[in-house]
Structure formats: C-alpha cells, structure tokens
Design a protein around this ligand. Sequence first.
Ligand SMILES: NC(=O)c1ccc[n+]([C@@H]2O[C@H](COP(=O)([O-])OP(=O)(O)OC[C@H]3O[C@@H](n4cnc5c(N)ncnc54)[C@H](OP(=O)(O)O)[C@@H]3O)[C@@H](O)[C@H]2O)c1
Length: 244
Amino acid sequence: MHIRFESHRRRFVLALGAVGLATALYPRDVRAQAPKLRIGVIGSGHIGGAIGTLWVKSGHEVMFSARKVEEVKDLVASLGPLAHAGTVAEAIAFGDVVFVAVPYAALPQIGQDYGAALKGKVVLDATNAVAARDGAITEEATRDGIGVTSQKYLPGTRLVRAFNSMSNQIFTREANRPEPRMGVPIAGDDPQAVEVAAGLVRDAGFEPVVIGKLADAKRFQMGSPGFGQSVTAAELRQKLAPGS
Ligand SMILES: NC(=O)c1ccc[n+]([C@@H]2O[C@H](COP(=O)([O-])OP(=O)(O)OC[C@H]3O[C@@H](n4cnc5c(N)ncnc54)[C@H](OP(=O)(O)O)[C@@H]3O)[C@@H](O)[C@H]2O)c1
C-alpha cells in the first residue's frame, strides 16, 4: 500500500509540473482537464459529501473521512469503486489533495493532530466561521480574514480557499449546468496549488474565478459581497472587480 501511495505521489508531482508548464504555455481556456487525482476529504457531511460526490462522478478517486468512519459508509457504498471510507489520518495519507470541510472550530485541532502529515499538501479549504457554532475563533477569522486564519491553523499546507461561498444544495443543483457555468471564487498564495484547485473546480462542474491571495479570500467569506453568489464567472468577476 505504501509503495502504491509513493508511486502515485511521484505521478502527482509530475502532474503538478505539467500543470505549471501548461499554465505557462497556454491561455486558461485551452488548458487540458486536470489530471485524475486522489482526494482525501476531512469532514464528509453536507459540503464534504456534496463536493466529494461531484469529484467521484468526474473520475477522481476520493477517500471520505470523519471522526466516526461508520457515518461515511453509506455515502461511499452509493458512489462505487472510486469512493473509499477511512479515518482522517488515512484520508490525508491517501490524498494528493485534501479537502477540508469541518466546522471552523475544529481547524486548530486538525492542524495540531495532523500537521506533519498535512505539510506540503495542496489543501482546499471550504470552511466558514459561524459564531453560533464555532465560538471565539469566528472573531479572529472575521478580523484577520478567513484565508489567513485558516493558513495559521494549518501551517505548511498549500492552502486554497474554495467551495465555501454557497450551500451544498446549490453546488449539487448547479454543477455541470450548460454554459455559462456557475462561477466559484477561489484564492491562495501558492500559484500551482491554485491551478490544481481551479482544475478541481472545473471537474466538479463550475468555472473557477481566482480572486487573489489568501488575504483576498475575505472578499468571499461569509458576510462579504462575494459570498452566496450563484452567478456566472463573468458576473462574479464584475461584482468583485476592484472599486465595485
Ligand atoms: N453545509 C453547507 O452548505 C456549507 C457550504 C459551504 C461551506 N460550509 C462549511 O463547511 C464546513 C462543514 O459544514 P457542513 O455543513 O458540511 O457540516 P456537517 O454536515 O456537520 O459535516 C461536518 C463533518 O465534519 C466532521 N467533523 C467534525 N469535526 C471534526 C474533526 N474534529 N475532525 C474530523 N472531522 C470532523 C463531521 O463528522 P464527525 O462529527 O463524525 O467527525 C462531519 O462529517 C463548515 O465550516 C461550514 O461552515 C458548509
């Protein structure tokens, strides 16, 4: 199993290189679909289950995890051979990319318990901080910006904010709609990780809209103009254009 993971890891590193090369050589609209990846999902409830399902349907291999693995077994059984159930540690080890979809207050514990395993991984972070559920950390995320705060609690990860801005029902309903597709805002500091995230947004059935760095993720965090906008990519760019 370890050898299988390692050889896959080498392929992923080569694929990342290819993405970087494609980024340099081709304009956005003629780039190839993202290579098929292994994705580990931490938190497989409403949003983790919904987005993970879209990735399985587009051919990616996904390991769904939660603290209680039995809770993801029905979902996995319904999705066929590309879907797996595992512990949080197993999902991190499995994933070329890790999708984090837990209550915001769980981030410090996840960073502490799995920091070494997560180091260097491309992490797509869909979390939102909600005072009623997450308590004091919400104030920090609101004050400092959620992207910067997530990166603080998941240090050493190549973090990209993605899939936080709409409900799981909207993502499920609007995925793969006829062009123009729904725009999904993303932001990150690591350009290659942002490219990987953009590919995974496309594969889930949407059009990625790169808003900027992690510090810019506040522009589509809860309560901001980019949050809750189920609009096309062009409309989203217009709404979030500087000065608008
Ligand atoms: N629901 C939406 O439409 C939506 C949309 C965009 C973003 N978000 C954000 O995404 C996050 C998840 O929301 P959700 O609605 O999907 O929540 P949810 O349905 O309650 O699912 C949360 C998942 O996280 C797991 N979990 C909780 N604490 C954990 C921990 N410490 N370690 C590992 N797994 C843990 C839960 O399983 P166990 O308790 O068994 O571990 C469960 O699988 C939140 O930050 C939310 O604000 C939600």
